[in-house]
Structure formats: C-alpha cells, structure tokens
Ligand binder design. Sequence first.
Ligand code: AMP
Length: 172
Amino acid sequence: MLEDVRAAIRDVPDFPRPGIVFKDITPILSDPRLFRQVIDALVDRWRGARVEKVIGIESRGFVFAAPLAYALGAGLTIVRKPGKLPWRTIKEAYALEYGEAVLELHEDAFQPGERVLVVDDVLATGGTAEAAGRLVSRQGAQLVGYSFVVDLAFLGGSARLGADKVHALLRF
Ligand code: AMP
C-alpha cells in the first residue's frame, strides 16, 4: 500500500545543493495508481476536519493541494514566492539554511475564522510551512493543520509546527 508510495519516491543526492538528499515525488505523480492512493489517503485523514480552504505552497504543494481541496469540497488558495501573485499581498519572511526567503498570500485570501489546511509535498525544517501558517493566522483564519506527503523527521519540522497539528503520510 503506502509502502509502494515510499518505494517510488526517488532520492537525488546533492540536489539542489551539495549535501542535500532531495526527495523527488514526481514518480508518484506519473503513476496513476500511486497518485490516487496518495490523494485518497490525504482525503481520508482530513475528511472529518471541516476544512473550508486548502492552501498549497509553491510549487509542489499545489499538486497535492488542488485535488485534496476538490475532494474535500473546500476552496483552494496558493502561497507563492515574491512577485508571482497579481493582487495585493501580505508577506512573511523565514530563515533558510543560508539567508532568507519570503512567501506571499493575497491579502483577501481568507475570511476571519475560516478553517484552513496548509499543504506541501515535503516537511523538512518546517520553516516554509510555519511562514504559511503565520500568513493564515494574520488574516484571522483558523489553522486546522499541516498536511504533507513526506516528513523528513530527523530535521524536527513536526515538533516546530506542533506535532498535534501535523500529518504526513510517510516518515523518513
Ligand atoms: P523546510 O522549510 O525546511 O521545511 O523546507 C520545506 C520546503 O523545501 C518544501 O517546499 C519542500 O518541497 C522543500 N524541501 C526541503 N528539503 C527537501 C528535500 N530534502 N527534498 C525535497 N524537497 C525538500
């Protein structure tokens, strides 16, 4: 079952930089059975959580966020790297291993109190998802949780985000 999904994820050493082992999820996407399995498992986890909006993180997060939102009967919102969103935005900066990155969200993405689920493919240190969560909270929406396909558990992202809020299909 999910072990087939685990086996399909490809380790790419030294990408995008020396020392990083990149978890390539594209073999899941290209296999119709595995892709369906992953989306169905995400839907099973969040079906009862009254999610009103799913927020996908650029760019691989979009791939999982969109079918999840559709299946949950929720709306979809995207957070993007700077300069990509056409409307007025709010921004959050977060630390990378070297330097800093910024995420943007449309300023009218959420209604106050709206129940929001943050989605990305891989949880590493948690900095990216945490910044997305801050954007959600700043708009007065309610953060239901964080959903990932892969958790690189040795990097401690789950503890950083709050383990009770985090779900990942697979841990490495
Ligand atoms: P982080 O903010 O450290 O949790 O990094 C998470 C973001 O970087 C996600 O958008 C991931 O897609 C990407 N990412 C970080 N590390 C990896 C990795 N080893 N393999 C694949 N994606 C990664």
